[in-house]
Design a protein around this ligand. Structure first.
Ligand SMILES: [Zn+2]
Length: 311
């Protein structure tokens, strides 16, 4: 009997243990299903932790976080049919100054020639000089070079101006794309050193120095010219050049040699370039005279020509 009792006790104990284990197993299973809830809760906690970390860990460089350049003061201009393109910031927007074109349509149509492909070539922020653009260069004086097809006209203009008593001094003519890159980068650094952000500095620099391949100097068709008396007072290219008699002579006579004052004061919104009394662009005598007559800058004139040709 004793053995039977022991055996029964052992059996009952095993039964109890099994049942207990089964219960524990059930509890364990059910507690696991509720621990998923906890897990998702802690998952949220993890997310929020990593979310808090994100701004400091993943802070982007300033250049990447501000892809849009600030819009210029043009927004204050009255909205008209002619909407000049913005300087530097909007390479995708075509410049469409259509207003002066319609005004000029009653005038005699211009004959365009193959020469006009380079003479009237628009080089600006929205019209980059083709990478494979090449042309023959000729020296005009003192190592300064120019497009050979226009060099003679330039030499004549300088010569006649000097003969008339103006001490014209050449500052810049043909400039390589690499040189433009260097000047542009330096100007940006100059603005950044006085507190401008990278984006703002690029905009400001672009108002003074044309970015590479947006400069007519890269095409060998532009000259920056001042005079000795100006040089004695100003060390850099400044608007004040307009107060000098040599500017009066240049701006009056440049068309006779096929040149135009390329960035006039009253066309800054269209050209996107600050007034430059020293910068002259070769377009050929007929076009220069016509532009003067119409009071158009090159952006306007090229559009006008296109409309004339289209009929
Ligand atoms: Zn220039």
């Amino acid at each position: 009997m004793k053995r039977f009792a022991i055996g029964l006790t052992v059996f009952l104990l095993i039964l109890l243990i099994t049942a207990g284990l089964a219960l524990l197993g059930y509890y364990h299973l059910s507690s696991r299903s509720s621990s998923d809830v906890l897990a998702s809760g802690s998952g949220e906690a993890l997310i929020s932790v990593s979310g808090e970390l994100a701004p400091s860990q993943g802070a982007l460089p300033l250049e990447e976080s501000v892809p849009e350049l600030p819009i210029s003061s043009e927004s204050s201009q009255p909205a008209g049919p002619s909407e000049p393109s913005e300087p530097a910031s909007s390479s995708s927007q075509p410049s469409e100054p259509s207003e002066p074109a319609s005004r000029a349509q009653e005038l005699e149509p211009m004959e365009t020639s193959e020469e006009d492909q380079w003479r009237l070539m628009l080089v600006n922020q929205t019209h980059l000089l083709p990478e494979d653009y090449s042309f023959e260069k000729a020296e005009i004086e003192g190592g300064f070079t120019f497009d050979a097809r226009a060099a003679e006209a330039l030499i004549q203009m300088l010569s006649d101006g000097r003969a008339a008593g103006y001490s014209l001094r050449v500052v810049s003519t043909f400039r390589t794309v690499e040189r433009s890159e260097y000047l542009y980068t330096n100007k940006i650094a100059e603005y950044q050193s006085i507190g401008y952000s990278a984006a703002d500095a690029a905009v400001e620099a672009g108002r003074w120095i044309a970015p590479p391949r947006t400069s007519e100097h890269n095409a060998g068709l532009a000259i920056d010219v001042v005079s000795s008396d100006y040089d004695q007072v100003y060390g850099d290219l400044m608007h004040e050049f307009e107060q000098f008699p040599s500017f009066a002579w240049l701006s009056t006579h440049c068309a006779e040699y096929g040149f135009v004052l390329r960035y006039p004061k009253d066309k800054q919104e269209i050209t996107g370039i600050t007034y430059e009394p020293w910068h002259y662009r070769y377009v050929g005598v007929e076009h220069a005279r016509k532009m003067q007559e119409l009071g158009m800058c090159l952006e306007e004139y090229v559009e006008w020509i296109e409309q004339q040709t289209a009929g």
